[in-house]
Write a protein that binds this ligand. Structure first.
Ligand code: ZN
Length: 443
């Protein structure tokens, strides 16, 4: 049962559109990455890139500034996790030519104790959110929400004020991770921390969709919000959503957003009144149809080719197929990941919703990407480029992973050095905030 009051229903965005850029006074922040619905609206007045308040930290070799908060009582484990965060940043920096350093606030804590999330069959490994989502006007005239890490790379002369961190990420200590150098047999049951962290970083950079079943009506819409107290409300896309298309028609999801936006969003209404009006509106079938697409394998893709002729039937090469096989729609897994079936055996494996049960090094060796694209495969490189990141032409592996040359039965390590976390603590009762952003699952 959803707790309706937790939905970011009153999401005020105040934007004054000028000819070239949108002036924004309100941005969206997530309070904790695991609770997608825990959002707050913050002031983010326009500032100039030269404004002293917005000095962007420069770091010469490491483009990630990591503020790590380890909330477990195991120093060795904390150090291991922190080292993995640094290594993961190196893999991303080997792929992207970052213009400004990215600040990551990372936490390692027990989801069972902290959030009452104690499911052993389906363990949430990590969850990530952009620190701030910032409205920005795209060349097509639409205002979309940009993750702060991305907007920073665009180096706009003026932009809404940035928050202190670009990416918020949380990792669940309530599972036994495997680390490079640990005995390989334990890898069979324990997820590779490096795999988890690189995957989560990509979400933080902008691999995240606004399409969700916000009203629990088996209908998908982008996030409802409004631009000013006097203007009518809008369903707002994230920048990731700009390139989403239906297959095989190639019809842009933005077209359906325009249809949905014919529905007058009036935030004076209570949420129940709003939902009652929406389900009876001519726009509701559009949202229902989108829900159907989101649970139909092969129905939604991220367009990675540009300048397509109108009415061209798309092929697999034109898109990065998204995860639309899960029934019912799984918030945090559906659409926000790539198709498991299609990419499991390819160098574009990284953004599948499920951990594939082998290490990042082994996965890269298996698909042959260790020295070609590393963890970030060719389609993911194109996707990041389309979001607005500058992608490096060549890939030089920043780190040699031992496990990339080892198979499970070659290991000579013993199994006793594996660090484990305390799994026997009783869970806190689950609180009533809807927590549905599972991000990467081990199941
Ligand atoms: Zn994920």
């Amino acid at each position: 049962m959803k707790v309706l009051s937790s939905i970011p229903f009153i999401f005020l965005i105040s934007i004054v559109c000028l000819t070239q850029l949108s002036i924004s006074q309100k941005c969206l922040e997530y309070l904790r990455p695991i609770y997608r619905y825990e959002t707050k609206v913050v002031d983010c007045p326009m500032v100039s890139i030269n404004d002293k308040r917005q000095l962007i930290p420069e770091s010469n070799d490491l483009m990630f500034i990591i503020n790590f908060n380890c909330l477990i009582n195991d120093k060795i484990m904390c150090n291991k996790v922190e080292n993995v965060l640094i290594t993961a940043g190196k893999f991303v920096s080997a792929t992207l030519n970052l213009k400004t350093a990215i600040t990551i606030d990372a936490q390692f804590l027990n989801f069972c104790l902290e959030y009452g999330d104690c499911d052993k069959e389906k363990v949430i490994l990590g969850s990530t959110r952009p620190g701030r989502m910032i409205p920005n006007q795209d060349p097509d005239g639409k205002v979309r929400l940009y993750p702060q890490a991305l907007l920073k790379q665009l180096q706009l002369p003026e932009h809404p004020e940035f928050g202190s961190s670009d990416i918020l990420t949380t990792f669940n200590s309530n599972t036994d991770y495997w680390f490079e150098g640990d005995p390989l047999p334990s890898l069979k049951n324990n997820p590779d921390m490096l795999y988890v962290v690189v995957h989560e970083m990509i979400h933080g950079l902008g691999f995240t969709t606004a399409w969700r079943d916000y009203f629990n009506t088996q209908a998908l819409t982008p996030i409802p919000g409004y631009f000013s107290a006097t203007a009518k409300g809008h369903f707002l896309e994230f920048i990731f959503d700009k390139n989403l298309v239906l297959l095989p028609s190639g019809k842009s999801l933005t077209f359906f957003v325009d249809e949905l936006n014919k529905f007058p969003i009036d935030f004076v209404l209570t949420e129940n009144e709003f939902v009652n009006l929406f389900v009876k509106s001519p726009q509701f079938p559009v949202a229902q149809n989108m829900y159907k697409n989101a649970i139909t394998h092969g129905a939604i893709g991220f367009l990675i080719t540009s300048n397509l002729q109108p009415n061209t039937q798309l092929t697999q090469d034109d898109v990065f197929l998204l995860e639309t096989s899960l029934v019912p729609f799984q918030p945090g897994s559906s659409v926000a990941h790539v198709d498991f079936e299609t990419y499991f055996d390819t160098s574009d494996f990284l953004m599948m919703y499920k951990y594939p049960k082998i290490s990042l090094g082994q996965m890269m060796a298996k698909v042959g990407s260790t020295n070609t694209t590393g963890p970030i495969g060719p389609k993911l490189r194109l996707l990041l480029g389309m979001l607005g990141y500058e992608v490096k032409k060549d890939y030089i592996p920043p780190v040699v992973l031992l496990s990339s040359s080892q198979s499970d039965n070659e290991s000579s390590f013993n199994n006793t050095s594996n660090t484990s976390t305390n799994k026997s603590n009783p869970p806190k009762p689950s609180n009533n905030i809807e927590k549905s952003d599972s991000s990467l699952l081990d199941m």
